[in-house]
Design a protein around this ligand. Structure first.
Ligand code: ZN
Ligand code: ZN
Length: 345
């Protein structure tokens, strides 16, 4: 039995086809990579990367040597770079433009095997603080109109290096997915007296509860109604802001508690599954900033898109989000560190 579902914000469609390909035993797995002696992201090999942009390190240790806990470097093979030139259209315009922008890599720990799902909350908090710092910095660069922060984990995610790292790309354009979200949020606000579409969706999910995975005062996590991927989740901070760059310390802290916990729930259901973690944003001074509400999408890559999905642009999801949410809730561990005075559930 299958069903078309439309995303309430973007208007994009997905097909939920229960049972079509729900064969968890055949889902692709992430092979464990033994430490290669020449991993450029491991502590001690700093000279094999471009010079660091920022690092959280033990006081007194010099840049580009060991002693760091989180380290950001320019991507050696950038999708976009500040000095990009296109000889055909040096000033931009037309259908070819310079690939100008920024592309950085945030190495999540000096240890080769330190998967985000397995790191201590304190380390993940430092990683997410670094992502916020880099997004703030790159959002202020001239000509930047949007940012995408992401993690590729595992071969099915597009990842090429095992050593866990996040990436931050700053673009001179509004990419199509963000444009669809902005257009949808604009339409919704116009019809509903300025109400934020993302907050309306959170309210609806809180009310219906069937797709909710974690409902907490600062950040909620749910399986989106029109999920295109099995066990996909969206984490939305309750407070309105246009980017992770604008997150408060307590939001960063809560995100650092939730993301590894949700990843562990996913991995309990789909052992060693590849995934992407994705967060789009717009600079706070951009005209689009008022209508955008940042969030983090966690997308397990358990099923490869087939010819129909590539050909139609409609993802086919074999696990209804209501089923996914229930299974993920059952698998949540409750080992979240809750500090004094913060009675988050
Ligand atoms: Zn390594
Ligand atoms: Zn909002």
């Amino acid at each position: 039995m299958s069903e078309f579902r439309q995303d309430p914000i973007t208007g994009r469609w997905a097909i939920v086809a229960e049972g079509r390909a729900a064969r968890p035993n055949e889902y692709a797995r992430l092979p464990r990579s033994p430490t290669p002696p020449d991993c450029p992201f491991c502590a001690g090999n700093e000279s094999r990367t471009p010079p660091e942009v920022s690092a959280y390190r033990t006081a007194g240790t010099p840049a580009n040597g060991p002693g760091w806990s989180v380290r950001t470097i320019p991507n050696k093979f950038p999708t976009l770079a500040p000095d990009a030139r296109s000889p055909e259209s040096p000033r931009g315009g037309g259908n070819r433009r310079p690939g100008a922008g920024h592309h950085e890599v945030v190495i999540v720990s000096p240890s080769h095997a330190g998967l985000l799902a397995e790191l201590a909350t304190g380390q993940v908090r430092e990683v997410f603080r670094m992502v916020r710092e880099r997004l703030r910095s790159l959002s202020r660069e001239p000509g930047i109109r949007s940012t995408v922060a992401f993690e590729n984990s595992g071969p099915e995610s597009g990842g090429t290096l095992f050593h866990p790292h996040l990436q931050v790309v700053a673009l001179p354009e509004i990419p199509p997915t963000l444009a669809d979200e902005l257009a949808g949020a604009g339409r919704y606000a116009h019809r509903h007296g300025g109400v934020c579409a993302f907050e309306a969706e959170v309210a609806r999910e809180r009310e219906e509860t069937v797709r909710m995975v974690v409902d907490s005062p600062k950040i909620v996590a749910y399986a989106p109604f029109a999920s295109g991927h099995p066990y996909e989740m969206r984490l939305v901070p309750v407070r309105h802001a246009p980017s992770w760059a604008e997150a408060t310390d307590s939001e960063v802290e809560r995100l650092a508690e939730l993301v590894p916990r949700l990843l562990r729930a996913v991995r309990d259901r789909l052992p060693d599954v590849s995934y992407n973690l994705i967060s789009r944003g717009v600079p706070p001074t951009a005209p689009e900033a008022r209508s955008y509400h940042w969030h983090v999408d966690l997308v397990p890559r358990a099923v490869r898109p087939d010819g129909f999905e590539v050909g139609s642009g409609i993802p086919v999801n074999p696990v209804p989000p209501e089923v996914a949410a229930e299974e993920l809730r059952e698998r949540l561990d409750h080992s979240v560190e809750v500090g004094p005075g913060r009675p988050d559930p």
